[in-house]
Structure formats: C-alpha cells, structure tokens
Ligand binder design. Structure first.
Ligand SMILES: *Cc1c(COP(=O)(O)O)cnc(C)c1O
Length: 390
C-alpha cells in the first residue's frame, strides 16, 4: 500500500546527507570533543563546524549557539534559566495561550514557585496583539516568551514588534522557533530576540538534538551543572554525531530555503483549496494570519478528529489532530480553544503538515482520499446535517 506522510510538524525523516554526515562520528571518529588528542580534536572540529552552520541558519554568531538535547530542553533552559538569573526580587513572566507545552509547562512550574505569570490571549486567527504585550509589562517583568511559528496552525507572531518592546524595557525576550526553522528565514538580529530555540528533527535532522541561541550579554543560568562544555552553559559530553547531523540539516535547510518554502506553499495552498472545495462546511484555522508555508489546520465539523486520523491511516495517509492525545482521553487542543473554537469543532480538526519529500502526486492522492473518508464518517455521525441544496 502507498503511504504518504503529512505530519512533518511532529517530526521529519532525516535527509540522507544528514545520516552521511553523522556516520563517521558513530564509527571511527568516536572521540570526546573535550579530549586533547587527535580523536578529540576531530570531534571538536565537527561540533564547531556544526555550530557555524546552525548560526548561519539563524543569522547569529557561532559563539552564541548552545547545543541542547532538543527543542524542549532549549525552551526549558531559556525560561527557567532567564528567570533564575533574574531572581532575588519579584518576578513576572509573559507568554501566550498558544505556546507549545514545552513553553507553557515550565512557565506553569515557575508560577507554582511564586513567579507571576500572564498568559496572553490570541485573536480568532491565532495572533498575539502587540498592544496586549505592552499593557501586560510590569516593572517586575523579567521575561517575555512568545513563539515565532505555531506548531498546530502555523501562524507567525509579530516577533519583531514584540522584540522592540522588550528591548526598550530591558526585558529578556525568548522565542520558540522550532516550527519556523527551515520553513521561513530567521534572523535573530532582525527579530530582536535574546533567546531562540530550535530542534533538528523538525528540519530533517536527527532527534534528540537542538540549539538555544543566547545573545551575548543575556543573563542566563544553566539548567544543569557538571562540567564546562558549551562554554559552561550545558554540561555533559556532546553527542557529536547528532550535532554533526544538525549542522548538516541546518546547512541544507539554509541552502534550500526560499525555493523550498515557495514549493511547499504552492502544494499546501492546492491541498487547502481542494479540501475546502470538496468538503462542505469546512474551514482553515489561522487562514488570515501570516503562516509557515507547510502547515494546514482544517476543521471538518461533525467528525471526531481521532476517528479521522485512524481512518486516514488505514488509507495510507499519516496526519494528526494537532492536539496532544494523552492516555486515551482526547482533550480539545488548547491552541484551537484559544482561537475561540467550540470544543466539538476543535475535536473535528486535522493538521496536515508537508515536508521536503512531499510531492504533487501525494497532494493529488490526499485530495482523492480525504474528502471521501470525511464523507463516510459524517454519514455515521448522529449530529451531521447535510447542507440544504440551493
Ligand atoms: C516539537 C516542538 C518542540 C519540542 O521539540 P523537541 O525537540 O521535540 O523536544 C517545541 N516547540 C515546538 C513549537 C515544537 O513544535
């Protein structure tokens, strides 16, 4: 059976060049990057080469890149580390209602320890209002953390304007850019961020490795203690192979960027328009906001998203609800709820996310398969009302 993968916001397949870049460090070049001998020097060279490639993808200086175990660690490091470095007085943190849980959960953990937390709402299209950020700022605000691109609906936040506000007030500004890296161009100077998180496996790199950009001079405590690697910011022996893979993935993403973004946008728009035409009473979430080019989040009322994901999997299409399913209980997505969707509509939603190996032909297959599967499920739905034919 033909299988197509439309869940690239969950993870991406590794590019063959990435695996090739990793192989030497999984075999003969096994040195510890902190060792003085030739084995160590070769490993060190690979880590520093990767650091330059990741820096180039972000418009950053190589010295400002810290390798981590992924996006989750980078976000935790940024949030817990910035607040810890500012401690000693009352502290206040600002974030948004549609952040990834790897941002919301560390913020909530801080709130349990007495940090004041403001979670800003978003509008119907999933955008944070810059005026809301301005109004939320207090004298004790030490950190603003707002994502660059949302993982469920793909909306791109006005990070540049928020960055200006933060720097005017001397507040540390972090952006989770995990879903933006490799999809849109990122320039940490233009964005005005102090801290920015990315993860390799979201742009054709290996899992378990990411990076945190730390602007020179930003006060940031480490998450862990136990060694001097990554300039004292992140102890532990580096995963040289994973880091080398991330470097190669960054290099490829950087090289492919404008053209690949355009290609994905055309495919995504064709898929979206085709589904809206073929499925009555459906809509795209975040459609009027700027979005990353690979993501489409669609609501098909009267169906259960989970039933939909399973039905499509049986037809060979891998996608997701965009909502986290935990231990069997499918909670409606906090992102879609923040957009103001009714819980039953949030549950009737699919996230389709395209990637580097998505083809025109696959989009054609999806356009044949998805509307038929939705129609079948709707026929079974006790709440489904066929639109009256005009
Ligand atoms: C995937 C993702 C993360 C987590 O990254 P990992 O490397 O999987 O830990 C964080 N933020 C966003 C927006 C993501 O999409």
């Amino acid at each position: 059976m033909k299988r197509i993968y439309l869940d690239h916001n969950a993870t991406t397949p590794m590019a063959p060049e990435v695996l090739a870049a990793m192989m030497p460090y999984l075999t003969g070049e096994f040195g510890n990057a902190s060792s003085i001998h030739a084995y160590g020097q070769n490993a060190r060279e690979a880590v520093e080469r990767a650091r330059s490639s990741v820096a180039a993808l972000l418009g950053a200086r190589a010295a400002d890149i810290v390798f981590t175990s992924g996006g989750t660690e980078a976000n935790n490091h940024a949030i817990l580390g910035a607040v810890s470095a500012a401690s000693g007085k009352a502290t206040h943190v600002i974030t948004s209602a549609i952040e990834h849980i790897a941002v919301l959960d560390p913020c909530r953990a801080l709130a349990r320890h007495g940090v004041e937390l403001t979670i800003l709402p978003v509008d119907r299209d999933g955008l944070v209002n810059v005026e809301d950020v301005r109004r939320a700022i207090r004298p004790e605000t030490v950190l603003i953390t707002i994502m660059l691109a949302n993982n469920e609906i793909g909306t791109i936040q006005p990070i540049e304007e928020i960055g200006k506000l933060a720097s005017e007030k001397g507040i540390v500004f972090h952006a989770d850019a995990v879903q933006a890296a490799g999809k849109i161009s990122i320039d940490v100077e233009k964005l005005g961020v102090d801290l920015l998180s990315i993860s390799a496996h979201k742009f054709c790199g290996p899992k378990g490795v990411g990076a945190l950009y730390v602007r020179k001079g930003t006060k940031l405590d480490p998450l862990m203690y136990g060694g001097h690697s990554e300039r004292d910011r992140r102890p532990g022996t580096e995963d040289v192979a994973a880091i080398a893979g991330m470097g190669k993935a960054a290099e490829l993403a950087h090289k492919n960027l404008p053209a690949e973004g355009e290609r994905l946008r055309m495919l995504r728009d064709r898929l979206e328009r085709g589904l809206l035409d073929r499925v009555p009473q459906s809509w795209v979430n975040g459609a009027r906001a700027p979005r990353v080019p690979n993501t489409s989040n669609l609501t098909f009322p009267f169906i259960e998203g989970e039933a939909m994901v399973i039905a499509l999997d049986l037809k060979g299409i891998a996608c997701s609800m965009g909502a986290a399913c935990s231990s069997g209980a499918v909670e409606p997505s906090h992102v879609l709820m923040a957009l103001g969707l009714a819980a039953e509509d949030a549950r009737a939603t699919l996230r389709l996310s395209l990637g580097h190996q998505t083809t025109e032909e696959e989009i054609g297959f999806a356009l044949e398969t998805i509307p038929a599967a939705i129609d079948r499920l709707r026929q079974l739905s006790p709440t489904y009302k066929k639109p009256a034919i005009a």
